[in-house]
Design a protein around this ligand. Structure first.
Ligand SMILES: *Cc1c(COP(=O)(O)O)cnc(C)c1O
Length: 384
């Protein structure tokens, strides 16, 4: 059965996965969410013996149901190849009493390679499936890592162009050099006066500008997004949680169906969309939402109020320096009972007052999550 995607701000919207990937963001400003979360109906003993690519296929084929087996396998093959410095793609390492999933083996050393190495292929395939004649112009706001990983993923991919906006004084010197030295005839990088949230808000405005859309269409272009709001980036990330669990099981570190806690560093609430893996049936106990000093998510989980009215702190983890956590909207929509109207009201409050509070009923559904944060001092100490 085809899995359709609707908008978190309008239940009436029904798109196929490839259409949702192409659009990136819904016309009403909402995010695309699958109508239901498919079950991971593959036995753990089977998953235990699978490669990263095979696991990715099992997960992604459940979500992207309008892709053929050949199309999806081709995308996966092109993404997770020798660009990664290990055939394991995402090795699991046992250290200091915890298991670490290493997500930095891709071409730009950022975890974002996990998704951005496949997104261009998903997009091009989606364009072909939907008879799109226009070239796809990727607009991306970055707080550091996304920009480089997206530029590397899209560089010289035929039928695409990419424009990256980054806060001129908000990324590390290495990240800036990584971006402005990017090769590729179809790449473009812009430093803005402002922070990441302002860059992201500007990009969202361009996406919602219908006059601009018409003008581009005449010129043979259309926008899409490589930010983590695109489900073409989020769903591939669900795969590594399944892969990690299967490897723990294979190693004998856990028994069958044993629950694990997963600690996820997150800013835009993309990486922690791991909750889709839990909703698929992966035995996860708590999803631990790890923030830096921009602890807006920690405060949200501890009080039920999301409040972005605070100073934006530049930390040593700029990729997580975010006060408007875009993908949290997917969780809000879910705990509102997939109620687009309720969700829209809260998102409007966020944009006018910079804050909203969820109901006690919604809060009761956050038992899967635990939030905490670390100071700059603790971060430095831990890295050392
Ligand atoms: C981007 C990034 C994150 C956070 O990802 P979200 O999509 O904001 O959840 C965490 N760690 C690193 C290294 C990153 O680059």
């Amino acid at each position: 059965m085809e899995l359709m995607y609707s908008s978190t701000r309008n239940d009436k919207v029904k798109l196929t996965a490839s259409q949702a990937i192409l659009k990136g963001l819904a016309d009403d400003g909402g995010l695309f969410v699958p109508e239901r979360i498919p079950a991971l109906d593959v036995p753990m003993d089977t998953l235990a013996d699978m490669s990263y690519q095979e696991t990715a296929y099992e997960v992604m084929s459940r979500f992207f149901t309008d892709f053929t087996e050949d199309e999806l396998k081709d995308c996966i093959k092109k993404a997770y190849d020798s660009k990664f410095d290990t055939p394991e793609i995402a090795p699991l390492v046992d250290a200091d009493g915890a298991y670490y999933l290493e997500l930095f083996h891709g071409p730009t050393i950022a975890f974002k390679d996990m998704a951005l190495s496949i997104l261009p292929h998903l997009l091009i395939t989606s364009a072909r499936k939907n008879q799109v004649k226009n070239d796809i112009v990727i607009l991306t706001a970055t707080s550091g890592d996304t920009g480089k990983a997206a530029l590397a993923g899209f560089a010289d991919v035929e039928g695409t162009k990419i424009v990256v906006f980054y806060p001129k004084n908000g990324v590390s010197p290495i990240q800036e050099k990584q971006m402005i030295t990017q090769k590729g005839a179809n790449t473009c990088v812009v430093g803005i006066h402002g922070n990441f949230d302002q860059a992201q808000t500007g990009v969202k405005k361009m996406f919602n500008d219908t006059a601009l859309e018409a003008e581009l269409d005449v010129a043979g272009y259309q926008f899409s997004s490589a930010n983590s709001i695109n489900i073409g980036r989020l769903i591939p990330q669900v795969a590594y949680y399944v892969y990690a669990y299967a490897k723990l099981y294979k190693n004998g570190a856990i028994a069958k169906d044993e629950k694990i806690n997963v600690v996820v560093p997150t800013g835009n609430f993309g990486n922690i969309l791991a909750f889709y893996a839990k909703n698929m049936g992966l035995p996860i106990a708590k999803l631990i939402c790890a923030s830096n000093e921009n602890k807006v998510l920690y405060d949200f989980f501890s009080t039920g109020t999301y409040d972005r009215n605070r100073d934006f702190i530049l930390t040593s983890s700029p990729s997580m320096d975010i006060l408007i956590s875009s993908n949290l909207e997917r969780l809000i929509y879910r705990i509102a009972g997939n109620d687009a109207e309720k969700n829209t009201k809260m998102m409007e409050e966020l944009s006018t007052d910079g804050k909203y509070a969820i109901t006690d009923e919604m809060r009761a559904q956050l038992a899967d999550f635990y939030g905490n944060y670390t100071s700059e001092e603790e971060t430095a100490k831990t890295i050392k």
